[in-house]
Design a protein around this ligand. Structure first.
Ligand code: ZN
Length: 453
């Protein structure tokens, strides 16, 4: 069984082209399969999504009853919808839920009425600036109902009385979320969290759902040091619910990523954890910088996705957010144009590879202590002097050994040493392995924190 990062696997994340195109196709296919399902904060669409993911990965589904407190929040009522439509004065069905689940505002209460267009208009949402697109709207915490449609269609609706039907239920039920835990050699955890509450929208956020699922599948067949915990949860209330039920487990999370908007053709964007200098921040930035592609790093702000909850002061977990084009900065965001064409196999595979490269780096990173702190050990008599690797790599490997010996004082991780020396992490990690073999280093098993170099 292969181990994550134990062999000389390519860091940071440049995998071979054939493998990338295969994973890209699989990610896009999974998105296409999940796309028609009518998801919301709660309800059967989320269950159906989790059931499908459960065929790919070991997934435990939790059901939390409506009314359950979660810190300052309460688990909402469960919402389900069978059908919805608007019929014009001639009885023609002009808007139908069957055509797009975006047509109904999420959490719309049941309605069956006849009303004039003027009254109906108060419940119709459009995007005048993109007249052909259907907007995505919800009203989770305020009882209301509404339809979303293309602005061009609204403008064509004739005056008169309309038949309006929303065949939904909103009542006591459950909030469903999925959890996949892959036990590692140690209890310390890496958290990957993604939201599953959006209906037919791809970048936000079936991209995150698909990438997290296939990451879990990939990690389930290889050995790893960390325990990996994947959460598939409704946005905001899901992470609040999980944290309120898992305070002890949360303390084991050493690194975390929220995955969202991860499949468009824009360049990668990483939003740092609230701590700003956590090991995940350092590792993610290293992987993006080493990718040779454009990327952006943003500081934490309490606006965005579930990182807001993981990074609330009572938890302050080292959880960042990996995206491509951030939410709200692509015009298709929260509209029907966030469809299957906006996410590409290439971009999905690229984000997937960067996640895997970051995990590999975290797996191999660590803090070591030299067992020979007073002056350099004599490398020549151990065959470690000028005798490593092929000719072009010799000097780098030699420098890496000297850097690792010098900075392994218990206060620098291998990544710190890579950054300070300017040498590739892979070279530094290989040097540390050699020094371990020669009993010149000892690994500090539980480094309290990673210092910047
Ligand atoms: Zn969203």
């Amino acid at each position: 069984m292969a181990g994550l990062g134990v062999s000389g696997s390519a860091l940071p994340g440049v995998r071979d082209r054939r493998e990338n195109s295969e994973i890209g196709a699989q990610l896009h296919e999974l998105i296409s399969e999940l796309y028609p399902i009518s998801r919301s904060l709660t309800g059967d669409g989320v269950r159906e999504t989790l059931r499908r993911l459960g065929e790919l990965i070991p997934l435990e589904v939790h059901e939390v009853p409506s009314g359950t407190p979660a810190f300052d929040w309460t688990i909402p009522k469960e919402w389900n919808i069978r059908d919805a439509y608007i019929e014009d004065p001639s009885g023609r069905r002009v808007v139908s839920f069957a055509d797009s689940n975006l047509h109904v505002m999420g959490y719309s209460v049941p309605v069956r009425r006849r009303m004039p267009l003027e009254e109906l208009r108060e419940h119709l949402f459009t995007l005048p600036e993109h007249p052909e697109w259907i907007p995505y709207r919800t009203s989770y915490y305020e009882e209301n109902w509404g339809f979303c449609l293309a602005h061009a269609q609204l403008e064509r609706l004739p005056q008169g009385d309309y038949e309006v039907c929303i065949d939904s239920t909103l009542g006591d039920g459950y909030l469903s979320y999925g959890e996949c835990v892959l036990a590692g050699q140690q209890p310390d955890e890496i958290l990957i969290s993604t939201h599953v509450c959006h209906p037919s929208l791809c970048n936000d956020n079936l991209s995150g759902v698909a990438i997290a699922s296939l990451l879990a599948r990939a990690l389930s067949s290889i050995e790893h040091r960390y325990t990996y915990r994947f959460l598939f949860i409704p946005g905001t209330i899901g992470s609040i619910t999980w944290l309120s039920r898992n305070e002890e487990t949360a303390a084991l999370i050493k690194h975390g990523l929220v995955l969202t908007c991860a499949g468009d053709e824009g360049s990668s964007t990483y939003k740092r954890s609230r701590r700003g200098d956590a090991e995940i921040d350092q590792a993610m930035e290293y992987v993006l910088a080493s990718s040779g592609q454009p990327f952006a790093i943003e500081d934490f702000s309490p606006w965005g996705y579930d990182e807001r909850q993981y990074c609330s002061p009572g938890f302050n977990l080292p959880v960042g957010c990996l995206m491509r084009t951030p939410h709200g900065r692509f015009p298709e965001y929260h509209t029907s144009a966030d469809g299957l064409e906006l996410v590409t196999p290439r971009a999905l595979a690229d984000t997937f590879g960067k996640c895997l490269a970051t995990f590999e780096l975290l797996e191999r990173n660590g803090v070591y202590v030299t067992l020979n702190p007073k002056c350099e050990p004599q490398l020549g008599k151990r065959g470690l002097y000028g005798a490593i690797g092929g000719e072009p790599d010799k000097r780098l490997a030699q420098m890496a050994i000297l850097w690792v010996l010098n900075l392994s004082d218990g206060g620098h991780s291998l990544l710190d040493i890579a950054l300070r020396s300017g040498l590739p992490f892979e070279t530094i990690a290989s040097a540390a392995s050699r020094l371990l073999e020669h009993e010149l280093l000892r690994r500090l098993e539980a480094p309290l924190r990673t210092q910047s170099a």
